[in-house]
Design a protein around this ligand. Structure first.
Ligand SMILES: [Zn+2]
Length: 398
């Protein structure tokens, strides 16, 4: 940057943007990304006030020179699990070394999380949020799911809610080890006392609908109970195997069905005809050497696709949306334009938000500057830290 604005200013022009992604097809080139070359943006307080060609920009109090960089909306990471303690390095190392590993998986993280203090959990959360912010993520959703008791689930959500509005109750991550012989008793807890304790801190309710976790009937009971208390559903669906999760998500008008790796034609049709976004999480397939979700099949059917990190210590320990974009383009047959859209406007759709994930008048001024002339470089130059500056709510923050 050749100049910096004062954070107390209310009216700032960012000019000399080589290429601007607005995500508004009515702007710029008419594509879904609404690309504008040689662009400028005016920020008023925490909102975008104007976007267009720099030669047509209105007069403002302050001016920032983007130096010919590309500017995109800050990433909307609509799926993460960041309230946890401990790590699972040994599990990952064994998996990548071709050795079987019989430790507890999610249960390992549950034990460490229960044993951690509130301060330790929050310090860990803030650490990973800072890491994500420096890589361009300006909005994130995060979940409980490593407490699995009334007290541990509600404190996870309370800690998360201090840092984001997008908080998801995932008491139904796995059946608590305390209820190993009584899964029905655990579902009763998740839909009863635990739900009541968690509702004040959460916007969303989620369930891991999968063999070995919760079946379709259990998932329906859990999501329906949450809806009755004012939470909106989202579902971990069809990650490891075919199953009822995706169609249940669409039937209950879930905002998002997440993973979508094993889909029948009927699942794809349901997603295409409903309002449920398919959120793809390639960090999980990468970190478990699993089969990629078929993004091309979903996009060609007209499904709205979001791209997110699934950041968690077990199956996808990356906070990097640019990394997920590179995987989606290289291995899931998304175009660079589609991947950028899915990681910004797509994430916003998965959170049923229209005030983020776009650079249009009225949206929050959440921006990522790239040390590159175009957004395509995020896939073209994988692993390179191209995000050079991040603005959140109209203020440079990283
Ligand atoms: Zn997840």
């Amino acid at each position: 940057m050749s100049s910096r604005t004062s954070t107390t200013s209310t009216n700032t022009l960012i000019t000399n943007i080589a290429s601007l992604v607005t995500n508004d097809p009515s702007l710029g080139d008419g594509s879904p990304l609404g690309l504008i070359q040689n662009a400028a943006v005016v920020i008023d307080g925490d909102r975008i006030a104007w976007t267009g060609e720099k030669s047509k920009a209105p007069a403002t109090d302050n001016q920032v020179d983007a130096g010919g960089r590309a500017v995109i909306p800050g990433f909307v990471d609509s799926h993460s699990h960041l309230v946890f303690a401990g790590d699972r390095t040994q599990e990952f190392n064994a998996r990548m070394s071709g050795r079987s590993y019989t430790a507890g998986g999610i249960r390992t993280t549950v034990a460490a999380t229960r044993a951690a203090s509130d301060e330790d959990l929050e310090r860990n959360l803030v650490h990973y949020l800072g890491e994500a912010l420096r890589q361009g993520t300006t909005t994130f959703e995060t979940k409980s799911g490593y407490g699995l008791t009334v007290e541990d689930e509600s404190r996870a959500l309370r800690i998360a809610a201090a840092h984001t509005d997008e908080v998801t109750y995932l008491g139904a991550h796995i059946v608590s080890p305390d209820y190993a012989d009584d899964p029905a008793g655990y579902v009763a807890l998740v839909t009863g006392q635990m739900l009541d304790a968690c509702v004040p801190h959460a916007r969303w309710i989620d369930v891991f609908c999968e063999k070995g976790a919760f079946d379709g009937d259990q998932a329906r009971a859990i999501l329906t109970a949450g809806k009755a208390k004012g939470l909106h559903p989202r579902v971990h669906a069809n990650q490891l195997s075919y199953g009822p999760g995706v169609q249940l998500a669409v039937e209950l008008d879930a905002a998002s069905a997440d993973h979508c790796t094993h889909l029948t034609d009927a699942d794809v049709d349901a997603l295409a005809s409903g309002n449920t976004v398919a959120t793809l999480l390639p960090g999980a397939e990468f970190s478990t050497r699993a089969e990629w979700p078929d993004a091309r099949r979903l996009l060609d059917a007209g499904v709205t696709v979001a791209l997110s990190t699934d950041c968690n210590p077990g199956s996808s320990f990356t906070s990097s949306v640019p990394f997920c974009i590179a995987l989606a383009v290289r291995d899931m047959r998304m175009t660079p334009d589609e991947a950028i859209w899915s990681a910004t406007a797509g994430g916003a759709a998965a959170l049923r938000r229209t005030d983020i994930g776009r650079i249009t008048p009225g949206a929050y001024a959440d921006l990522a500057f790239l040390d590159a002339p175009s957004h395509v470089h995020l896939a073209y130059r994988p692993g390179v830290p191209l995000v050079s500056q991040v603005w959140r709510r109209g203020v440079p923050v990283a």
